[in-house]
Design a protein around this ligand. Structure first.
Ligand code: FMN
Length: 199
């Protein structure tokens, strides 16, 4: 993956700085089953409220089941489809809205599922893979297509694959792919000792 410099006021681990959400996938490079399994393991070991593990992830790999991949692709919003077409793996990430032990509402299901999702992204990064999460998809269509039970909420979709060579980035995606990464100032979001007291 292209290494994009990030502006930090203290050093962060290379795994954090090297992950970013690219849009140019190499159509010829598929994701190994073992790597997919490693990403699932990384998510499996995420923390969760009461250890309930509310996440459920459907991986759809173009190389092993092109029909499932196509079904997942159909769930994507029109704005996401063009750049997703070459991503060899599409994932649908769902959160259990109820605790498994009690069937009572789990207010932390989405929170925990986000933790599992970033674990997938970071494990992918460590394997040289690129990921990109998306809210731009139809949860209703995903539910219907993949018969996702009512208690699980489809939260996001994700692309997984290898970035193409810089020279092969399609013209329409170049600006976006090469743009610098940006964040708000640290003290706007992170406080010390009290609300609004920027770190
Ligand atoms: C929950 C969620 C939904 C997102 N939805 C989309 C989306 O529909 N389309 C898109 O191109 N990017 C989407 N993104 C990617 C963000 O725009 C991206 O993570 C953000 O701009 C920060 O960039 P970085 O991941 O490269 O650091 C989404 C990210 C998250 C976490």
């Amino acid at each position: 993956m292209i290494n994009k410099a990030i502006d930090v006021s203290a050093p962060v681990h290379e795994l954090i700085s090297s992950r970013w959400s690219g849009v140019s996938y190499d159509p010829a490079k598929m994701v190994d089953d073992a790597d997919l399994r490693a990403m699932a393991e990384a998510a499996r070991w995420a923390p969760s409220c009461f250890g309930d593990q509310p996440w459920r992830v459907i991986f759809c790999s173009k190389s092993s089941d092109s029909e499932a991949w196509q079904q997942a692709y159909s769930c994507l919003a029109e704005g996401n489809q063009p750049w997703c077409q070459h991503a060899p793996v599409l994932a649908i990430i769902c959160a259990d809205t109820l605790f498994s032990q009690t069937d009572e509402e789990n207010a932390w299901g989405a929170y925990d599922t986000g933790a599992a999702a970033i674990s997938i992204c970071l494990q992918a990064s460590s394997l040289g893979l690129m990921t990109h999460q998306m809210a731009g998809f139809s949860p209703d269509l995903a539910r219907e297509t993949f018969t996702i039970p009512a208690r699980y909420q489809p939260m996001a979709m994700m692309t997984i694959g290898y970035q193409c060579a810089e020279a092969d980035i399609p013209e329409a995606l170049r600006g976006r792919e090469l743009a610098p990464r940006k964040r708000n100032p640290l003290a706007e979001h992170f406080f010390l000792s009290g609300w609004g007291k920027g770190i």
